[in-house]
Design a protein around this ligand. Sequence first.
Ligand code: GH3
Ligand code: MG
Ligand code: MG
Ligand code: MG
Length: 313
Amino acid sequence: EPESKGAVPPLTPGIALSHGNVHQQYEILIVDDDVELVAFLRESLERESYYVSIALSAGRGLKLFYENKPDLILLDILLPDRSGIDVLKQIIGKAKKERIPIIMISGEHSIEVQKYAYSLGVMDYIQKPVDIDLFLVLIKNRFELKKEWQESIIVDELTGAFNRKYFNQTMKQLISDFRRTGRTFSLALLDLDLFKQVNDTYGHLMGDEVLQSFSELVKQSIRTEDTFCRYGGEEFALFMPNTPAEQALLVMERIQEVFAAREFQAKRESFHVTFSCGVTEVNGEVQDADILVEEADLALYASKHNGRNQSTL
Ligand code: GH3
Ligand code: MG
Ligand code: MG
Ligand code: MG
């Protein structure tokens, strides 16, 4: 297996911890006993930077499907041990659930067989001899849809920040990294100040705009290895790997300064919004998700208590 499959983190293997960009090397499983065709497909797919695994029989195909969790499957109908339709029936449930498209590839051109394969849930049906350009563009479309879906389940719609689900995944991943390698990280909790007032005074839509503008600013201000999440409502979280808490604090204060200076325009007047922040760092004593959040929350509470628009360690 190539580096990139193991080196990357959470939810779906291959999703990088950076914003708006799901970087992924997709794995394609080819189940076909035509050795020459398989070699040709492998070469063409690898040239497009896909990772290819190959099974020359149904049995081997099933094994690789369950072990490798490929991102897409090319499935021949005529296989030496079992029919591809049999294989399809066995795996389609799991494949649908995990959004793994199955593409049938066959020398069998009858409409009846094609209809049957589609009715069982294959996404596409490709006839041999394979037109490679047609094939590549079709796969590309499938992966575009997959990427949209992958992003949609981890990104908050309003703000474009990662959602709570991804927050939990990231936390788990970073803590296990820390335990394994000692790689530290800081966690900051950010909470908009007196935000209820913003809604009450300028309306909920204006409040939404502020949340968006705030999120844009934070995303622009952080490094690609940082992960910015909407923790809930007007509360956000920022993971900063390889960053001591003192340094994280400075980062947050810089963002606070820029945000506080930003002028929002309502119908009759302009206004400013600020946010408060609590920062904590993973270490030998604190390496549990709940405790980390609790510590950051306590620090955040201190920032609120001391007059808001500030960061506390
Ligand atoms: P504090 O400085 O102590 O945090 O005061 P606050 O008013 O920000 O805190 P409070 O928890 O009382 O109010 C949070 C408000 O955030 C209430 C809620 O309606 C608003 N809010 C949460 N999510 C959204 C959203 O998606 N859009 C808008 N417009 N408002 C939201
Ligand atoms: Mg065959
Ligand atoms: Mg608030
Ligand atoms: Mg709050």
